[in-house]
Design a protein around this ligand. Structure first.
Ligand code: FES
Ligand code: FES
Length: 173
């Protein structure tokens, strides 16, 4: 089945609500590019950041059917028929809009390169927990995201504010 998807040049994924091809349209992408490369070079979504390319820095995180994954580790064809949400589209989700707002208002980042990956990891945590989290759970959830600038304290403070706001969202809201 996966080989079939690999050969299917018409297969699409939904990226931030828009249908996009998963097969490489440009020869520069090679035969089986990663989701990271297709999102940046074919879809044009530069919010997905390349870093280590081996699953260690979290810069390339996206939500795939609601789960936070490292897009550098997934062959793009495996996203066929699935929903991808990137940091650029995170405000589609009520939790994502809060995450973005609090990180910006709290000046949580310095250079900002790591920010999209954190936005994804934090949004996934909020959707899983409804905002009912403590510091230990927050730190564990962010352990796959590297920041070379901040020391994480400003990010963690913002996440605690985010959690309070998400926990206050009425059920079904
Ligand atoms: S670029 Fe994907 S985890 Fe670092
Ligand atoms: S703010 Fe610069 S890497 Fe995180």
């Amino acid at each position: 089945m996966e080989d079939g998807m690999r050969r299917d040049m018409t297969a699409t994924m939904e990226v931030n609500g828009r249908a996009c091809p998963v097969a490489p349209l440009s020869p520069t992408l090679g035969a089986a590019p990663t989701l990271l490369d297709v999102l940046r070079e074919q879809v044009g979504d530069m919010s997905v950041k390349p870093g280590c390319r081996v699953g260690r820095c979290g810069g390339c995180m996206v939500l795939l059917d609601g789960q936070a994954i490292n897009a550098c580790l997934l062959p793009a064809y495996r996203a066929a028929g699935r929903s991808v949400i990137t940091a650029a589209g995170i405000e589609m989700l009520p939790e994502g809009a809060i995450v973005r707002e609090e990180l910006v208002q709290g000046n949580a980042f310095q250079c900002g390169y790591c920010a999209p990956g954190f936005v994804i990891a934090i949004t996934a945590l909020m959707r899983e927990t409804g905002g009912h989290v403590g510091r230990a759970q927050i730190r564990a959830a962010m352990s796959g995201n590297l920041c070379r600038c901040t020391g994480y304290a400003s990010i963690e403070r913002a996440v605690l504010r985010i959690a309070r706001r998400v926990a206050a969202i009425p059920a079904g809201g």
